[in-house]
Design a protein around this ligand. Structure first.
Ligand code: CUA
Length: 344
């Protein structure tokens, strides 16, 4: 047993270091909380980690002791029939203590879960911004609900939140069960067809974060990301004001041709571009598409080339997605890309 502690210490340090480097920081890390809810959940996580780690260590110590005992004690002199082995009394006491420890540990974990859950449920809603999020295979429809319909902002696959202000999310699903999760900001919440769930996020640190659908929802579940940005109140107001504007009107002959292709082809029946006749609701709203950082729910960083490749054949980037491939000549493809790329 004497060599074990140093081996264990080394193993534990290696694991801790790996977790620290890989999982504890970054834009998609539950252990790098940037909001009240994530910070609260991290407390519970830490409590569970230490408690379960301690229990596991005890189990290993008992196991090691049992193996040692099997070799050294049981193989020694035979004990007369009916007599109690001298080592059994301490063992019974240890087992009783172990039982007490398990029950006590479970009580602490249950109370911890209860109070963390209460604290999440009792979070303040003052001045909360209301956002409706609808999940579909495999993208996120995001609608900021204003006081009047004219103040409603619709976007897709991106979520912008003002720092320090609670955001009350209304979560729905169009087809199958999805799960909303931005690890830096809060816990998971399922989106279930026919139900409305809600989730409160109160971001405390400005930055860019990554959300990810956390429930297997079909072929492209992995490519169902949400680009989340937390900004200052003033930047948020400016962004919202910009999103309320109708789409940029085509200003070059190429963009004009792209606009015509979009409006006369199948694109307009699935996508909405505010300020144009395109009012489809099946696919993402494209009014300010070119101001987003990714395309196809995080499948690619946004660029003219990525958009063109996507329009040429969406199924090479995201096989099985519901956007049909539209046959376009190279010049039409370029014109359509130019038009959509102008929608800042
Ligand atoms: Cu949506 Cu997984």
């Amino acid at each position: 047993m004497s060599a074990h502690p140093s081996t264990w210490q080394r193993a534990c340090s290696a694991i801790a270091l790996t977790v620290l480097v890989v999982g504890c920081s970054g834009r998609q890390a539950a252990l790098d909380p940037a909001g009240d809810q994530a910070a609260t959940i991290e407390i519970l996580w830490t409590l569970m980690l230490w408690m379960c780690g301690f229990m596991y260590l005890l189990v290993l110590i008992f196991l090691g002791h049992a193996l040692w005992r099997a070799r050294h004690v049981l193989s020694s002199e035979p004990v007369p029939h009916g007599a109690q082995r001298p080592a059994e009394r301490p063992l019974r006491m240890a087992l009783a203590g172990w039982f007490g420890l398990i029950v006590g540990g479970l009580i602490v974990l249950s109370l911890g879960s209860f109070f963390i859950d209460r604290s999440l449920a009792n979070a303040r809603l003052d001045n909360a911004i209301k956002i409706k999020i609808t999940a579909a295979q495999w993208w996120w429809k995001v609608e900021y609900l204003g006081e009047t319909p004219a103040q409603r902002v619709a976007t897709a696959n991106e979520l912008r939140l003002p720092v320090g202000r609670p955001a009350l999310l209304e979560l729905q699903a169009e087809d199958v069960i999805h799960s909303f999760w931005i690890p830096n900001l809060g816990g998971k919440q399922d989106l279930i067809p026919g139900r409305i769930n809600s989730l409160l996020l109160t971001p405390r640190r400005e930055g860019e974060y990554r959300g990810q659908c956390a429930e297997f929802c079909g072929l492209q579940h992995a490519k169902m990301a949400l680009d989340a940005t937390v900004v200052g109140e003033r930047d948020f107001a400016a962004w919202r004001q910009q999103q309320l504007l109708p789409a940029h009107a085509p200003s070059t002959p190429e963009q004009l041709r792209g606009h015509e292709i979009f409006m006369s082809g199948p694109c307009a029946s699935c996508h909405q571009i505010v300020g144009t006749p395109a009012a489809g609701q099946n696919g993402p709203n494209l009014t300010h598409l070119a101001s987003r950082r990714t395309i196809a729910a995080g499948a690619r960083p946004y660029s003219f080339e990525a958009l063109r490749d996507w329009l040429r054949d969406p199924h090479t980037i995201k096989p099985g997605n519901h956007m049909p491939q539209v046959q376009l000549s190279n010049s039409d493809l370029h014109a359509l890309t130019s038009y959509l790329d102008s929608l800042k």
